[in-house]
Design a protein around this ligand. Structure first.
Ligand SMILES: [Zn+2]
Length: 181
């Protein structure tokens, strides 16, 4: 997978390491510019020219993570990710949440997966998670598909140009990779 945008600079301080491992900091606090909670992130973000800011924490009650919005403006490009799921196989919540910030949504219909489906098609009707059956007859779902009953998540965003188990990982209606370019 090739992402042509420069996405991330990861920065943090010792103070945050101590605090965030023991308590919940909300996405709003992380994103807020003058609420007294990690407001330094905005200075660091400018210093490192970071486009997206991700707070990794074990203090959150979240299962995987939470993104500020879909297809965000600069001041909204923040997400909080549960450290334990950030790079965990089958979750990869770090990539999933950034997928939201860049415009990706969960599977778009109930028939594709009832759990967590998102029927909204704004701003990209094709930027939904995808599920398919591989040549090995196993069911798979791409990074933005969130219903575990519909198969195993693979480390791949929906992309009709990329195969997995001999089968395209997307089609013209499921092409999350297109919004990244
Ligand atoms: Zn999601």
């Amino acid at each position: 997978m090739i992402i042509t945008r420069r996405i991330i600079q990861i920065v943090f301080t010792d103070k945050w390491c101590e605090e965030q491992l023991s308590r919940l900091v909300t996405l709003e606090q992380f994103q807020g510019t003058s609420d007294g909670e990690m407001d330094e992130i905005h200075v660091l973000r400018d210093a490192y020219a970071a486009d997206v800011c991700v707070l990794l924490t074990t203090g959150a009650i979240l299962v995987g993570g939470m993104a500020y919005e879909i297809n965000v403006a600069e001041h909204e490009a923040f997400c909080v990710v549960n450290y334990n799921y950030a790079d965990a196989a089958g979750y990869w919540s770090f990539a999933h949440e950034i997928g939201h910030l860049l415009g990706g949504r969960h599977q778009g219909t109930k028939s594709e997966g009832a759990q967590g489906f998102d029927p909204c098609n704004e701003p990209y009707s094709y930027a939904h998670g995808y599920r398919f059956i591989g040549n090995d007859n196993n069911k798979y779902r791409t990074m933005m598909h969130v219903d575990p009953y519909e198969g195993s998540r693979i480390k791949q965003f929906a992309n009709p140009s990329v195969d997995f188990q001999g089968v395209p990982t997307g089609d013209s209606n499921h092409d999350v990779a297109l919004v990244f370019t």
